[in-house]
Design a binder for this molecule. Structure first.
Ligand SMILES: [Zn+2]
Ligand SMILES: [Zn+2]
Length: 95
C-alpha cells in the first residue's frame, strides 16, 4: 500500500448490486451512497439503510488522510483520532 497518510477514511459510494442478475439483466437499485443502518460494531453497520444491501455492494473509496497533520478534522470530530484501527470500532463510550 502506498498511502502517505497514517490514517485513511473509507467511504462507500453508489450501490452496484445487480438486482436483475437472475434474469440475465443488469439493474441497480439506484442507491447513491452507503448509509449505515446501525452503529459501528453492530451487524447493522454493514447494511445500507437506504437500499438494504450489504456494504460490499457499494463502491468503495479510500481517502488517504494523515490525522497527525489535520487538526481541523480532529477538532470537528470532537476528539483526537489516534492511528490505531481498533479504537474506533470497539470504543464508543467516549463522551
Ligand atoms: Zn445503498
Ligand atoms: Zn443497494
Amino acid at each position: 500500500m502506498a498511502f502517505s497518510g497514517c490514517c485513511r477514511d473509507v467511504l462507500y459510494g453508489e450501490c452496484r448490486r445487480n438486482h436483475a442478475a437472475r434474469m440475465g439483466r443488469y439493474a441497480v437499485d439506484g442507491c447513491r451512497e452507503f448509509l449505515a443502518e446501525g452503529e459501528e460494531g453492530t451487524s447493522g453497520a454493514l447494511r445500507c439503510a437506504a437500499c438494504g444491501c450489504h456494504r460490499n455492494f457499494h463502491h468503495r473509496v479510500v481517502v488517504p488522510r494523515c490525522c497527525c497533520s489535520d487538526p481541523d478534522d480532529a477538532a470537528a470530530s470532537g476528539r483526537s483520532r489516534d492511528c490505531s484501527t481498533e479504537s474506533t470500532a470497539s470504543s464508543s463510550t467516549a463522551s
